[in-house]
Design a protein around this ligand. Structure first.
Ligand SMILES: [Zn+2]
Ligand SMILES: [Zn+2]
Length: 139
């Protein structure tokens, strides 16, 4: 096994998920393509390499990852879910023109001192911005 596969298997095992070949490939894809893919995009990219992979398997695997907190779902548009491996805190910028979703660093520290939120338990932090990205503006 190469190092990457071994590292990904360990993430799955640590989260009590049996590291099947397909699960490893799906998590590897999410970690290596930080572009917040949809189920369809994952399917189109992995299917040539894994012909036995179905959209249902991808969908079920992502739900398993969601329950374990390995990934989070981004519902920027109600019509599609995108998936993001959980790493550091960051915000998202969705370009209305090219459809890309970019990560950018966000400091959530001042949320802790926000008076309104005293006594509230925060479970998820997200910042979503929409507009036209730099690359589209230049063209
Ligand atoms: Zn764009
Ligand atoms: Zn992200």
């Amino acid at each position: 096994m190469n190092q990457n596969i071994e590292r990904i298997s360990r993430i799955l095992i640590n989260n009590n998920i049996k590291p099947s070949f397909q699960r490893i490939k799906i998590l590897e894809y999410l970690l290596e393509n930080k572009k917040h893919p949809t189920v369809d995009e994952i399917y189109v990219s992995l299917h040539p390499e894994i012909p036995t992979l179905s959209k249902t398997t991808i969908y079920n695997t992502l739900n398993l990852f969601l329950e374990s907190g390995i990934v989070r779902a981004l519902n920027i548009e109600s019509s599609e879910s995108r998936y993001d491996p959980i790493t550091d805190q960051h915000g998202h910028f969705k370009c209305d023109h090219c459809g890309s979703v970019y990560d950018f660093p966000v400091n959530f520290e001042n949320i802790k001192s926000n008076k309104f939120l005293e006594g509230y338990e925060v479970k998820e932090k997200d910042v979503i911005l929409k507009g036209i990205c730099k690359h589209c503006k230049e063209n």
